[in-house]
Design a binder for this molecule. Structure first.
Ligand code: UT7
Length: 418
């Protein structure tokens, strides 16, 4: 029996300031507040500012979670960002967050399982802690899917919103955190919810909407979701030796109120034990479950010792479910002014540290370049004059294209002998 647990000791969320109502959408596309509310339960969603990228949302949520847990970013071993709308393809959003936080010891990577991503990431990070591979981890679900919507397509643009939610996990000997999990995928449904452009199958030309916008076959995804949610939840409860009656709170992915109600019916869980906030945020993909988890914790919907079931589904097609024992730290975080000041001062310091690292890298590169040129001048002086490209490579890259045929030696020599 494992006696090392991955307790959730901190949680935080962030949604962009800008709120978009159904009424506003009805001035942009042929839709109505009545249609959106009755078919989805969504009333408003938050949309990221043009200057806000996924890592910015993720960092804000992470700050809150770290403050609540009273964990210094330097003590983190692992950061996972679940997202399908990263800042860039390369590098990972998680590395950006690691830099923003100044989490200098942490490994960091992104995980893309679309709307199921947070449950996948939570399971992976919990396993890392339970196996002794890590002691403190930060798991974030963050999205800016609004960037990939075609705002002329009423069947998708009304559904999604932006946001981020984060949890801090810490090794604990108290039974808490992840009890069981189930991860699933059915790639035969890839075409049902897809962003076609920008990957290796369709290179990144015309990536911006409408050419590069999210496509969804809503009806098929709906059918899949209603089938898989109840099934995954049942499976994960069985694995933990729990029944629906043992679950104090069911936190499903917030995509559509009708899907949530259908899953609850299937499980025999009354809606009073189901957390719903899709009305406020719409579908925030990988961020939806951690945002709901934060709101449930802050509003007292989860009490110490409660069993909680979380279930996600989404593009892939993927699904994931987990049962958790809610057992936050007994002591509330120290919120005295000096402690708060100390915590907040870390982040401007992290910025400064990051700037120093960048400057150091530039100086190192500059020094290396100077040294290289000095050696070339030296060699040229010894040889009398340069070799005219004889030192060039054969110039073949692994994919068969001819590489640039300029000699590595020739170019800087030209520069220094001009
Ligand atoms: O995170 C994972 C992802 N996604 C989901 O969970 C979404 C799953 N699917 C759904 O939630 C639902 O299928 C939708 C909310 C997307 C659509 O609801 P629906 O009840 O399945 O509607 P529908 O697709 O059957 O469309 C019904 C009608 C259509 O018109 P006709 O063909 O009957 O004349 C649509 O063109 O509603 C029309 N319609 C709209 N009308 C007003 C579609 N979108 C809109 C809209 N406003 N925004």
């Amino acid at each position: 029996m494992n006696d090392r647990y991955a307790a959730i000791t901190g949680w935080g969320m962030y949604v962009p300031e800008r709120v978009m109502t159904n009424l506003e959408l009805s001035t942009m596309v042929d839709t109505s507040d009545e249609w959106i509310r009755s078919r989805t339960g969504i009333e408003t969603r938050h949309i990221a500012d043009v200057r806000e990228a996924t890592s910015d949302l993720a960092t804000r949520a992470a700050w809150e979670a770290l403050h609540r847990a009273d964990v210094n970013p330097d003590d983190l071993d692992l950061i996972i960002v679940a997202t399908c709308s990263p800042d860039y393809h390369i590098p990972s959003t998680a590395s950006q967050v690691q830099d923003h936080l100044g989490a200098s010891r942490a490994g960091a990577f992104d995980l893309n399982a679309a709307c199921s991503g947070f449950v996948y990431a939570l399971s992976m990070a919990s396993q890392a802690i339970m196996s002794g591979g890590a002691s403190k981890a930060l798991v974030i679900g963050a999205e800016t899917l609004s960037r990939w919507l075609d705002w002329g397509q009423r069947d998708t643009c009304v559904l999604f919103g932006d946001g981020a939610g984060a949890v801090v996990l810490e090794a604990s000997d108290r039974p808490s955190g992840l009890l069981s999990y189930v991860l699933g995928s059915d790639g035969s449904g890839a075409e049902l919810l897809i962003l076609r452009n920008g990957g290796s199958r369709q290179p990144p030309r015309g990536m911006m909407p409408p050419e590069g916008s999210l496509y969804m076959n809503g009806k098929e995804v709906y059918r899949f979701a209603t089938r898989v949610m109840g099934k995954a939840a049942r499976e994960v409860m069985d694995r933990a030796g729990l029944t629906a009656d043992d679950i104090s709170l069911f936190i499903p992915h917030q995509a559509n109120l009708r899907i949530i109600e259908s899953a609850a019916r299937h499980l025999g869980i009354p809606m009073e034990r189901v957390f719903v906030n899709v009305n406020k945020y719409g579908n925030t993909s990988a961020a939806s479950i951690p945002i709901a988890l934060c709101e449930a914790a802050d509003s007292g919907r989860m009490q110490p010792g409660d069993n909680v079931c979380i279930v996600g589904f989404g593009a892939g097609l993927t699904w994931a479910a987990a049962t958790l024992r809610w057992a936050p730290p007994e002591a509330a975080p120290d919120t005295s002014l000096p402690r708060r000041l100390m915590r907040w001062s870390r982040y401007p310091l992290a910025r400064v540290k990051s700037l120093i690292h960048r400057a150091e890298r530039k100086i190192d590169g500059f020094e290396d370049e100077l040294e290289r040129r000095r050696q070339l001048v030296e060699r040229a002086r010894r040889n009398g004059h340069h070799t005219g490209g004889a030192a060039g490579s054969n110039g073949h890259s692994p994919n068969g294209h001819a590489a640039a045929s300029v000699s590595k030696v020739e170019e800087p020599e030209k520069a220094v002998t001009k």
